[in-house]
Design a protein around this ligand. Structure first.
Ligand code: GTP
Ligand code: MG
Ligand code: ZN
Length: 309
C-alpha cells in the first residue's frame, strides 16, 4: 500500500503526489468511499492524505482518506444541504480580496474568517490590486485596515503589477501548505505566479461589464514551490455558506466580539436585543467595527445557515 497527497481533483480523477517518492499518479476513487458524518460533494479534497493501490482493472484507486488535521468547508451552493471541502490539511489560508474590480463584500470576508476560526486554520487577508487604490480609495482603505486589525487578522497589501507585498507573501508561504481562496478575478492565480515565476497557473481578464472575474481557474490545484512548500489555487467562489454551526457558537468566531462578551449582563447574551450588552455598547463606541457586527447579525438571521448538528 502507498500513501499520497491529493494535488488536483478534476471531478472524475485525482492527481496524487506519492508521499515517499514524490512521483505523480492519477487515481480514481472507490465508489463507496465516504467520510463519516458529513455529506460532501467531494469525499476527497485537495490536500488530503490518502492510501492508494494498483487496481487489477488498471490504473490506481484511492482506498482510504486519512483523518484531516483541519479543512475549509462551505455550503456547496446557496440552499444546498451538501458541503464542499475546499482543501484539507492546511498550515495557512490566504483570503485574497479587492476593494474594486471586483468588490469583495465584507460579509463574504467575515463568513470565511468564521469558518477558518471554527476549523482552526490560521487566516491571513491578502488585499490585492493595491496599484488601483488611488486617493479616491483612501477612506475605504483605512477603514478596511482598521476593521481587520481590530479583529486580529494579519493583512498583506499586494500588487502583482507593482510587486508590492510579494516578497512578504513569499516569506509567509515558505515551507507551508497554503490555500489561496476568494472571489473570481481578485488575482489568486496571478499571485501564485508572482510568488514563484516557475509556476504557471492560468489567469484571465475580469469582465468589463460585470466587474467580476470569469472563473478562469476551474479546478483546485496544489503547486509545489521551488523554494519549498505548496500553494493551492482554487476556483473563485461567490458565496461562503456556513455548514454545521450552531447559532449560539457563532459569536465565538468573532475574536473582537469575544473580548467584550464577558461583560454582558446575561451569560447567554446573543448581543441582539438584550439590555446591558457590552458588545452592542462597544459597537456604538466604535471599538467593534459596525461591518463586523452586521456580518454577525446576518449570520444569525440567515435561515440557510442551519445548523445541522
Ligand atoms: N491591476 C491589477 N490587476 C491584477 C492584479 N492581480 C491580478 N490582476 C488581474 O486580475 C485579473 C484576474 O486575475 P486572476 O489571477 O486570473 O484571478 P483569479 O482570482 O485567479 O480568478 P479565478 O481563477 O476566476 O477565480 C487578471 O486580468 C489579472 O491580470 C493586481 O495586483 N493589480
Ligand atoms: Mg484563478
Ligand atoms: Zn451581549
Amino acid at each position: 500500500m502507498n500513501t499520497g497527497r491529493v494535488i488536483k481533483n478534476t471531478g472524475s480523477s485525482y492527481r496524487l503526489e506519492d508521499c515517499e517518492t514524490g512521483e505523480e499518479i492519477t487515481c480514481r476513487i472507490r465508489g463507496r468511499l465516504r467520510l463519516k458524518d458529513i455529506r460532501t460533494t467531494n469525499p476527497v479534497a485537495v490536500g488530503d492524505v490518502v492510501d492508494y493501490e494498483a487496481d487489477p482493472k488498471g490504473g490506481c484507486v484511492i482506498t482510504h482518506v486519512h483523518d484531516r488535521k483541519n479543512y475549509i468547508i462551505r455550503r456547496a451552493s446557496n440552499l444546498s444541504r451538501e458541503a464542499h471541502v475546499i482543501a484539507a490539511n492546511l498550515d495557512a489560508a490566504f483570503l485574497v480580496v479587492t476593494l474594486d474590480h471586483p468588490v469583495t463584500s465584507p460579509e463574504f470576508i467575515d463568513r470565511f474568517l468564521v469558518t477558518a476560526e471554527a476549523y482552526r486554520v490560521p487566516a491571513t487577508i491578502v488585499l490585492n490590486k493595491s496599484d488601483l487604490y488611488t486617493e479616491a480609495y483612501a477612506e475605504r482603505l483605512s477603514r478596511f485596515r482598521e476593521t481587520y486589525k481590530l479583529a486580529g487578522y494579519p493583512i498583506v497589501e499586494t500588487s502583482t503589477v507593482s510587486g508590492l507585498g510579494i516578497e512578504s507573501l513569499r516569506l509567509m508561504v515558505k515551507d507551508k501548505i497554503s490555500l489561496f481562496t476568494g472571489n473570481s478575478g481578485v488575482g489568486k492565480s496571478s499571485l501564485i505566479r508572482a510568488i514563484d515565476p516557475t509556476l504557471n497557473p492560468r489567469t484571465g481578464e475580469i469582465s468589463a461589464y460585470h466587474n467580476r472575474g470569469k472563473h478562469t481557474t476551474t479546478f483546485s490545484e496544489m503547486y509545489r514551490l521551488s523554494e519549498g512548500g505548496y500553494l493551492i489555487d482554487t476556483p473563485g467562489i461567490k458565496g461562503f455558506g456556513l455548514i454545521d454551526f450552531e447559532k449560539k457558537e457563532i459569536c465565538r468566531y468573532f475574536p473582537e466580539l469575544m473580548r467584550y462578551a464577558a461583560e454582558c449582563q446575561y451569560y447567554n447574551c446573543t448581543h441582539t436585543h438584550e439590555p446591558d450588552c457590552a458588545v452592542k455598547e462597544a459597537v456604538v463606541l466604535g471599538y467593534i467595527p459596525e461591518s463586523r457586527y452586521i456580518s454577525y447579525l446576518k449570520l444569525l438571521e440567515d435561515e440557510n445557515d442551519k445548523y445541522r448538528k
